[in-house]
Design a protein around this ligand. Structure first.
Ligand SMILES: NC(=O)c1ccc[n+]([C@@H]2O[C@H](COP(=O)([O-])OP(=O)(O)OC[C@H]3O[C@@H](n4cnc5c(N)ncnc54)[C@H](O)[C@@H]3O)[C@@H](O)[C@H]2O)c1
Length: 333
């Protein structure tokens, strides 16, 4: 049993990971300022409501809940578009605030630091599926903030001996099989929840950005990884680092891409209703294809995606959205 601090644990991927860590027998303390997360998602766990960039708050976590064996760091801003219009806010939260947490981790001799990175560090990669040694060439402040923190982690490890893993997620999606945790971003920018809301009539339309990409059906291809598979990857990563395994950057995806049109077809299959689509022009900075080569993480940590079949992903998300709309008094579809 390890004692773990999970920053951003009240968010989408963090809350699923907290549950997986708890089920694996670990003791979890969540540090989240609830700027985007939901206290209800960490019901039953210790939640410290505060900012990872506030050194006093972070010290209090150690004082009242330490010693901490490992940190899993999800906290940060996630919207690529906002990172372009508000780069300083992104660097402030994703880098400066993170460095406060990192400093505490070093001072308190934490033995594992697992960080939420992203496929966005690769920018517009030339090789598919993408290996970890593909060029790091992010094309927006969001991706750059993640790539920079990865570099900082390597430097901190070299200087102070902080075992770390940066998990580069591809497209996180789906909801917990129990139906009580799911994706609840505001604003929502991800395809599957938007398509489900459009199919249910809760959004007037779904904008499909770009139909002239050099892909089989002209729409972008992405690698969709179930949030439950991501959660289990974090359990393996933190346990592996604490057990002395070597870290570094790791891709997390399935190695299989689906086009936007294929995702929309799957949504229509699951919901049983059409998705009202409006074709729009490409968005800046959307590469045609992003598919992960995750073999390095599989080899090092024995991880295999188990929930990431497309229909399983969409069925779990659909169950959760219907339940949430009901709970919010919006009526189920
Ligand atoms: N969702 C994806 O597809 C995806 C893909 C790649 C990487 N990531 C990364 O994974 C992480 C989690 O993503 P998510 O989709 O769960 O996002 P999310 O917004 O649901 O979760 C982030 C959490 O961090 C909290 N937070 C933000 N800034 C904070 C701060 N300064 N102090 C304390 N708490 C703070 C928010 O309240 C929220 O609960 C992020 O770092 C994101 O960049 C997500």
């Amino acid at each position: 049993m390890a004692r773990l601090l999970v920053s951003g644990g009240a968010g989408y991927i963090g809350s699923h990971t907290c549950r997986a860590l708890t089920e694996a027998g670990h003791q979890v303390v969540v540090l989240d300022d609830l700027s985007a997360g939901h206290a209800v998602a960490v019901n039953g766990l210790t939640l410290v409501e505060g900012d990872v960039g506030d050194a006093g708050t972070v010290e209090e976590v150690w004082r009242y809940h330490g010693p901490i064996d490992g940190v899993v760091h999800f906290a940060g801003f996630i919207e690529v578009g906002r990172s372009i219009s508000e780069p300083l806010a992104f660097y402030d939260n994703n880098l400066l605030a993170a460095s406060v947490l990192l400093e505490a981790a070093v001072n308190h001799k934490v033995r594992a630091f697992v960080f939420s990175s992203t496929a966005a560090v690769y920018g517009t990669p030339e090789v598919q599926p993408i290996p970890e040694d593909a060029p790091i060439a992010p094309i927006n402040p969001y991706g750059r903030s993640k790539a920079m923190l990865e570099a900082i982690l390597a430097d901190v490890d070299a200087a102070h001996g902080l075992p770390w893993a940066a998990l580069r997620y591809f497209n996180a999606c789906g909801a917990h099989p129990d139906g009580d945790l799911g994706e609840n971003h505001e604003p929502e920018t991800h395809l599957i929840p938007l398509a489900l809301a459009a199919a249910a009539g809760r959004l007037p339309k779904l904008d499909l950005y770009g139909t002239d990409y050099p892909t089989p059906d002209g729409t972008c291809v992405r690698d969709y990884i179930h949030v439950q598979d991501l959660a289990l990857a974090h359990v393996l990563a933190v346990e592996g680092l604490l057990g002395g395994r070597s870290g570094g950057p790791f891709n997390l995806g399935t190695g299989r891409g689906y086009s936007n049109r294929e995702v929309l077809e799957a949504v229509e299959r699951v919901v049983g209703r059409p998705v009202p689509v409006v074709e729009a022009s490409r968005r800046d900075g959307d590469p045609a294809v992003l598919v992960a080569d995750s073999s390095r993480f599989t080899a090092e940590f024995g991880w295999e995606p188990r929930f990431s079949d497309l229909d399983t992903i969409i069925e779990s998300a659909w169950r959760w959205h219907q339940r949430t709309w009901n709970v919010m008094g919006l009526g189920g579809y």
